[in-house]
Design a protein around this ligand. Structure first.
Ligand SMILES: Cc1cc2nc3c(=O)[nH]c(=O)nc-3n(C[C@H](O)[C@H](O)[C@H](O)COP(=O)(O)O)c2cc1C
Length: 270
């Protein structure tokens, strides 16, 4: 920030912390459309994100069309926000544009491999979070959807992705029709290590998750359908809900295979 650049706000660090500290995922939306110039502003802010070598190996797909959102509803695991939010943003790892440019410029192609996918996936994720924060700073809400990667093959087909492009993260975007409480976080001391990684004792791990064990369990019990599901399953604690109900070994193995097969089909596994 300098006096010679009057377009920058006086204290950008303060204004950016506000949406960061107030972030809540929004799953209910008003039907109000997001103005085009506002969306453009969010995307312009988003693409200021760092990217590997400034290659910007991502594409952002803006989906508003109700018919397309209806098609995406099923692979997004029938999550209501796909239909209810006015906009879906899908952030794809994308080496298609870059690789074609290399060919047109008679340059060698280094980017048909897993490392390239990881580089592009990181670029896509960073830009997505920049757009998310810009949106939240403008009073909009977002909710990421893990189905973007889990069902990347079906979503890729619907969005007509060419080779070297893979959907990685996506979120619904619109004006919130709910005002949920802030969700808990693990304590900082359970997430941060000083200088090198310090191994946890079992007691430390139990302490780090102690409040989560209570808050997470109580939160799920407040949703009638979730409560019924948990009670029928016989799960006795939050840890069991996570790995025996929400994210089973079988489902994670199946989604892993989907992603690996799609990466191969999209020319990222040579
Ligand atoms: C990569 C990713 C995938 C997610 N997928 C889903 C999803 O499919 N459905 C959903 O309702 N929330 C999803 N979320 C939102 C998380 O559940 C949410 O961020 C977390 O519970 C913390 O709550 P908060 O965002 O309100 O603080 C996802 C978040 C991330 C980062």
């Amino acid at each position: 920030m300098t006096a010679s650049n009057p377009t920058l706000p006086e204290k950008p660090t303060v204004t950016i912390l506000e949406p960061m500290l107030n972030h809540r995922s929004i799953r209910k939306y008003k039907p109000d459309p997001v103005p085009e110039d506002l969306l453009t502003e969010l995307l312009q802010a988003g693409i200021r994100a760092s990217s590997s070598g400034n290659m910007q190996t991502y594409s952002i797909i803006v989906t508003r069309d109700p018919e397309l959102r209806q098609q995406l509803y099923e692979p997004h695991m029938k999550q209501n926000m796909v239909l209810d939010a006015p906009i879906l943003l899908t952030f794809c790892a994308d080496f298609h544009r870059m690789r074609r440019w290399l060919t047109l410029k008679n340059a060698a192609d280094s980017f048909d491999n897993f490392m390239s996918f990881m580089v592009a996936a990181i670029d896509a994720t960073l830009v997505s979070q920049n757009v998310a924060l810009a949106a939240e700073a403008h009073g909009l809400g977002i909710c990421y959807m893990g189905s973007t990667l889990a069902n990347c093959d079906q979503i890729g087909d619907i969005l007509q992705l060419p080779p070297s492009v893979v959907p990685v993260v996506g979120f619904s975007l619109g004006y919130p029709a709910e005002d949920p409480a802030l969700r808990d976080r693990l304590p900082l001391h359970g997430l941060v290590h000083q200088e090198t990684y310090t191994a946890y004792t079992d007691d430390q791990i139990l302490e780090i998750f102690r409040q989560r064990d209570i808050d997470g369990w109580n939160r799920y019990m407040r949703f009638p359908r979730m409560r019924q599901w948990i009670e029928q399953s016989g799960a006795e604690n939050l840890a069991q809900v996570y790995s025996q109900l929400k994210y089973t070994r079988e489902s994670h193995q199946e989604f892993s295979q989907t992603v690996l097969d799609y990466l191969k089909a999209q020319d990222f596994m040579n």
